[in-house]
Design a protein around this ligand. Sequence first.
Ligand SMILES: Cc1cc2nc3c(=O)[nH]c(=O)nc-3n(C[C@H](O)[C@H](O)[C@H](O)COP(=O)(O)OP(=O)(O)OC[C@H]3O[C@@H](n4cnc5c(N)ncnc54)[C@H](O)[C@@H]3O)c2cc1C
Length: 413
Amino acid sequence: MADTVIMIGAGPAGVVAVETLREHDRQSRVVMLSAEPFPPYSPPAMVDHFITGSNSHFWRPANWSEQFQVDYRPGVQVTSVRPALHQVCLADGGILAYDHLVIAAGSRLYAPLPGVDLPGVYNFKSLSAAQASVDKVKRGEARTALIVGAGFIGMEIALLLRELGVQVTQVEMLDQVMPAMLDPFTASFALQIMRQRGVEVRLNTKAKRFVGEKNIAIGVELETGEVLRADLLIAATGVRPNIDFLEGSGIACRWGISVDNYLRTSAPDVYAAGDVVETPDRLTGEVYVHAILPNAIEQGRVVGLNLGKRGLGCPTPYEGAERMNSLKHLGLRILAAGLKHGEEVLRARVNGGWRTLYVQDDRLVGFQLVGGLQAAGALRTLLNRQEKLGRLKDHLLEANFGQGALVWSALSL
Ligand SMILES: Cc1cc2nc3c(=O)[nH]c(=O)nc-3n(C[C@H](O)[C@H](O)[C@H](O)COP(=O)(O)OP(=O)(O)OC[C@H]3O[C@@H](n4cnc5c(N)ncnc54)[C@H](O)[C@@H]3O)c2cc1C
C-alpha cells in the first residue's frame, strides 16, 4: 500500500514541500492540514491584498490540490503528535495515521506584555487575525491605531493602516526602526519615509502593558507611566514557533523544533520546515528560528526532496538559513541581507540611492541597499559563496556592478 504523508500547515513551507515531493513521488497519499479556513496563502502578500483588493495572497491556483493530488483539509487543527504510534490527534477528536510527517506549522505572535490577551488587542500574524483588524477599520470603528513594535511586520501594518486613512502611532523600544535587520544608516531612510507618510514613530519608547477597561483593551501603558490610547491596538513585537501541540511528543524543541542537516526531527519519519524550526545561519552557524519567506521555501524544498527520494540513500542537506529582508510598501526600495557589521564598511551613493557593504576577513558578510536594488542578486551570490573578494572589492560600489555580463565577469575575477 502507498505511504501516507501528513503535512501540518499550508503556509509556504508546507506548499513547497508538497510540490517538491510530487516531482519525485506521485504514489504517496498526501494529507495537508491547516488550522485556518482558507486555501494556502502567502503572508507577505496580505498587505497588498488589503490595499489593492487583489487575491495574490492566494498564491496557488484554485485547483492546486487536484493538480498535486493533495487531500487538503482547511480548518483542521492538530492538537498533539504521537511519534511512537505514527499518529496525529485533531481538535475534533479524530486521529490520523502517517508513515511520514512534516511539521510546517509556522509561527504566531510573540508579545511578552501583560494584557496582550485582552479582547481588543490585534495582530497580523495570520489572515484571520489581519482580517479582523482591517474589518474594524472598514466598519468605521478605528480612526486611530497604536502599533507596538517597528520590526518589518509592524512597519508594513503601519503603512497599510495609513493607506486606509487611519491615524497611526508606532512605538519602538530601541533607537531605530527594523532593528533586527537594518543598520542605523539605512533605518534612518525608512524612518524618514514613515514620518513623511504620516506615521508618528516614537523611538526609545518601551511599552509596559496593554491596559483595559471593563476587560477590553483601550491603550498601552509605557514604561514612563504615560498611557497611549487608540481605537485599534496592534501587537507586532515578534514571532514564536507554533510548537505547543508537540508538548509530550518527545520531539526535541528549544525555541523552535530542533532538526538535523536534512531537516529531520528527533522522531523517526518526522521532518520540519519553515518558521517552526531552528536552523543554522549559513553565514555564522548560529542556530535559531529565521522566520522569513525565502528560508521557509528553501526548507520546504529540502524536506520535499528528502521525502521524495526516501530510500535512495542520498538525502539532500540543508545549506543553512539566510538573513534577508526588504520593505515593499515604503515607496523607496530597501533591502538588507546578512550581517550589519564587519571590520570594513564600504558605503557610497549609487544611482541616487545608497549601497552599504560589510566586509570581514576580505569576505562580504552583509549589505544594505536603499533605492536601486540592481546589485542585489550579485551581492547575494557573493554573500552566499563566502569566497575572498580580492580585487573584486574595488568594483562593488560601482554603479553598474550587478548588471548583465559585468556581474559574471566580475564574479570570476
Ligand atoms: C504580515 C507579514 C508580512 C511578512 N512579510 C514578509 C516579507 O516581506 N518577506 C519575508 O521574507 N517574510 C515575510 N513574512 C514572514 C513569512 O510570511 C514567513 O516566514 C512564512 O510565511 C513562513 O512560512 P511557514 O510555512 O513556515 O508558516 P506559515 O506561513 O505561518 O504557515 C503555517 C501554517 O500552519 C498552520 N498551522 C499552525 N498550527 C497548526 C496546527 N496546530 N494544526 C494545523 N495547522 C496548523 C497554519 O494554519 C498555516 O497554514 C511576513 C509575515 C507576515 C505575517
